[in-house]
Design a protein around this ligand. Structure first.
Ligand code: ADP
Ligand code: MG
Length: 401
């Protein structure tokens, strides 16, 4: 279901109205509490510009980190974010040291058209993660309409992401949210074919629902990462000291059986005695993994054949690194996949990267801008690919007509 967005709002719905905007400003804070990576703040700017240009009075809210016990903790204040946002927007950003209540409400009433206010960390309120009705009502007093641009939090039904959305109207998607829904949604609903999925990462257990959901939709599902080892073991191969999930073997065997030729396992592996033993890394066929070594990356032949599959696809969804990409030389497979994706994008293929570590790998390779879409929501993008309804999205107005 398509969602109404900020871009769909009429001038009269914006001008002079207080927009309560849920953003994802969950940024890392470094030395002196300064924002050490402002990617997420930058990502919200297109939505903020639409609101500011339209003369809305912008009231921003976000969580940051995991403050314990649902109470204020100066370690997780959003104050440094207000400072950084002010620099990026080149205009003043007021900061309210409380989340909701009389002071916050007065601060929203003091705004002029196009002004911007940032509220304190939503998780300083114990009701946030409980989706508490009273807190949702308190949030609703801070805006005349609602915008959700925090895709990465949309899989959680919290007061600022879900509860309040039912209390304000219109309740629309921000542009970043919209982009996520557009790319992930069209890949699942009407993919240009061939549609190839690449799944890796550490654990099959966290990705089983994604595999199940994607199998009937894709033309090929290429497996990498430690996940491949559980599949190997399930089909009777030696996996040495590789990371295997013994309690998932039966399920993995059943999946291989059911998936037929759509599910593709790596046919060679880069192995080593340990992650620290990069110098001893060597490639072996899948049936040659030594009993004393671990598979730490897909092998070079597999990487090359996965790259060919990517280059002949029209839609590619990638989640999960192909190996222990944090440590060379076990980053080789992941890099080759990232490069093939970048090349495929240039040829007109729709390429989508989801997952925190996968996104980090693509960033590190300097290829993020070469993908059609790098999802900002790790858990949210996985749940979306699993075909689950995200509560923060479901609560927004549907697009009519
Ligand atoms: P994402 O965050 O993209 O969804 P995951 O969190 O599922 O990805 O997996 C990322 C982790 O998987 C990385 O820390 C990486 O080191 C690990 N990993 C990948 N392949 C292997 C392997 N063969 N053995 C052990 N760990 C692996
Ligand atoms: Mg991860």
């Amino acid at each position: 279901m398509l969602k109404r967005t900020v871009a769909d709002l009429a001038p009269a719905e914006l001008k002079g109205k207080r927009a309560l905007v849920r953003v994802d400003f969950n940024v890392p804070l470094g030395e002196g509490g300064r924002v050490s990576d402002d990617t997420r703040i930058r990502a919200a700017i297109p939505t903020l510009q639409v609101l500011i240009k339209g003369g809305a009075r912008v009231v921003l809210c976000s969580h940051l980190g995991r403050p314990k016990g649902g109470k204020p903790d100066p370690k997780y204040t959003l104050a440094p974010v207000a400072e950084r946002l002010q620099e990026l927007l080149k205009k003043p950003v007021a900061f309210c040291p409380t989340v909701v209540g009389a002071e916050a409400e007065a601060a929203t009433r003091a705004l002029g058209d196009g002004d911007v206010l940032l509220l304190e960390n939503t998780r300083f309120e114990g009701g946030e993660e409980k989706n508490d009705a009273a807190l949702s009502a308190a949030f609703a007093k801070l805006g005349d309409f609602y915008v959700n641009d925090a895709f990465g939090s949309a899989h959680r039904a919290h007061a600022s992401t879900e509860g309040v959305a039912h209390l304000l109207s219109p309740a629309v998607a921000g542009l970043l949210m919209q982009k996520e829904l557009e790319y992930l949604g069209s890949a699942l609903d009407k993919p240009k074919r061939p549609f190839v999925a690449i799944l890796g990462g550490s654990k099959i257990s966290g990705k089983i629902d994604v595999i199940e959901a994607l199998l009937p939709k894709v033309d090929a599902l290429l497996v990498g990462g430690a996940m491949a080892c559980t599949f190997y073991k399930a089909v009777g191969l030696e996996t040495g000291t590789s990371l295997v999930e013994p309690d998932r073997l039966e399920m993995a065997a059943a999946l291989v059986e059911r998936a037929g030729t759509v599910l593709i396992l790596p046919h060679d592996a880069t192995v080593a005695p340990s992650i620290a033993d990069g110098a001893k890394a060597h490639a072996v066929r899948k049936d040659e993994i030594p009993a004393t070594e671990a598979m730490l990356d897909i092998g070079p032949d597999t990487a090359a054949s996965y790259a060919r599959a990517i280059l002949s696809a029209k839609t590619v969804v990638w989640n999960g690194p192909m190996g222990v990409f944090e440590t060379a030389p076990f980053d080789a497979g992941t890099k080759i996949i990232a490069q093939a994706m970048a090349q495929a994008t240039a040829q007109g293929c729709i390429t989508i990267v989801g997952g925190g570590d996968s996104a980090a790998a693509v960033e590190e390779a300097g290829l993020a801008s070469k993908m059609s879409h790098v999802s900002t929501g790790g858990g949210a993008s996985l749940e979306f690919l699993e075909g689950k309804v995200l509560p923060g999205v479901a609560a927004l107005d549907n697009h009519t007509g």
